[in-house]
Design a protein around this ligand. Structure first.
Ligand code: PMP
Length: 359
């Protein structure tokens, strides 16, 4: 090893889901929305003034923070936006988790948390989920340097009821509690109303799932003006212009169309419930997901086998090898009705051929 290598920051990066680009594929592996963004987004894109691209964007991203503040009925000074919620979460880790005490997050959760903590040298403790993959609020009542968890959790899809979310926040008033609500719009109850009671709460959401804009990269945090100020201080110490002009403009259009947002998420919820019924019929086991994916296992067929068989048919789902407790599960994103029907039909046939399902 060269001497200079000793001085390099070495990290084990997060592994995102595959992004194959085949026209015939059914892509159920990265929790994207199967429907296009709101019509206003396409319309605005057709009228982009390219001359304006000469100019830097607004560093405060006022139009977009304003539109988000209006939608959620909070102050503009309570909103921070970033390049996807990954960016917002990374900035939040950097800003709020600055203690020698470990931050706490579940053992089975979004696998970016330990990557950021390792990279930023934040000590952490993984708190085991119970045997039903539930977060136990009581486990988060120990000394710590901060708390972060997704609600609904990923990749399990399990929702923590709001009173338990509050229990965790109330028990940790001396640190910042980040509730990562990437999937909250698919049937969960947001922690946003708790902001009136707790100034140590930061709620993080994204345009990638319920607003069909994963490719645009927009995420946001809502918290007390003081927390947002600290987040902005860190952002401006890192990169003043995280959001480009086009993204800001299109993001405003996406958030303004409430009717389209409601309609799309309702469609996904309906398809999810239909998929649950079908998977149950085929013998799969899973919890009551309130997200846009289902985390399921089949007691008679290894997950890896199903993953490979599906992939051969250009149906992509996600399989995680680690931790071991989830190695036999597949995370299946909810697509359109037609996609989910093709997915279920394939499984039905596969399990029939294996003599696991009998007609
Ligand atoms: N939080 C959770 C729990 C997620 O699953 C994801 C999606 N990978 C994100 C945050 C980040 O999403 P994005 O950066 O697209 O907003």
């Amino acid at each position: 090893m060269a001497k200079w290598e000793e001085n390099i920051r070495k990290v084990i990066p997060y592994t995102p889901g595959e992004q194959p680009d085949k026209s015939s594929m059914i892509k159920l592996n990265t929790n994207e929305n199967p429907y296009p963004p709101a019509p206003g987004v396409t319309e605005a894109l057709q009228h982009i003034d390219t001359d304006k691209l000469r100019l830097y964007p607004d560093p405060a991203v006022s139009d977009l923070t304003g539109a988000i503040a209006d939608f959620y009925k909070v102050g503009k000074d309570q909103v921070f936006v970033g390049v996807g919620s990954d960016d917002v979460l990374a900035m939040s880790f950097m800003t709020f988790f600055n203690s020698d005490k470990p931050i706490l997050f579940p053992d089975i959760t979004y696998s970016f948390y330990d990557v950021w903590a390792d990279m930023l040298r934040i000590p952490y403790e993984r708190i085991p989920l119970d045997e039903k993959f539930q977060i136990c609020a009581a486990d988060y009542k120990r000394e710590n340097g901060g708390v972060v968890f997704p609600n609904p959790n990923a990749p399990t899809g399990e929702l923590l009821p709001l009173d338990m979310v509050e229990e965790i926040i109330a028990a940790n008033k001396d640190v910042i509690v980040i509730v990562d609500e990437a999937y909250i719009d698919f049937g969960g109850e947001s922690a946003l109303p708790l902001l009136e009671k707790y100034d140590n709460l930061l709620v993080v959401q994204t345009f990638s799932k319920s607003r069909s804009m994963a490719g645009m990269r927009i995420g946001f945090a809502i918290g007390s003006p003081v927390l947002i100020k600290y987040l902005n201080d860190v952002k401006y110490s890192f990169n003043s212009y995280t959001m480009d002009r086009i993204t800001i403009q299109l993001g405003v259009k996406a958030v303004e169309d409430r009717a389209y947002f409601e309609e799309t998420k309702e469609k996904i919820i309906r398809t999810r419930e239909w998929t649950k019924t079908e998977l149950r019929r085929l013998g799969f086991e899973f919890g009551d997901s309130k997200s846009n994916f289902i985390f399921a296992r089949h007691p008679k067929v290894p997950a890896m086998e199903l993953f490979e068989a599906l992939k051969k048919k250009d149906i992509y789902v996600r399989h995680f090898n680690k931790p071991e407790r989830i190695a036999d599960y597949l995370r299946i994103s909810i697509g359109t009705d037609a996609e989910m029907k093709a997915f279920v039909d394939f499984l039905d046939q596969y399990l029939t051929d294996c003599k696991i399902v009998t007609a």
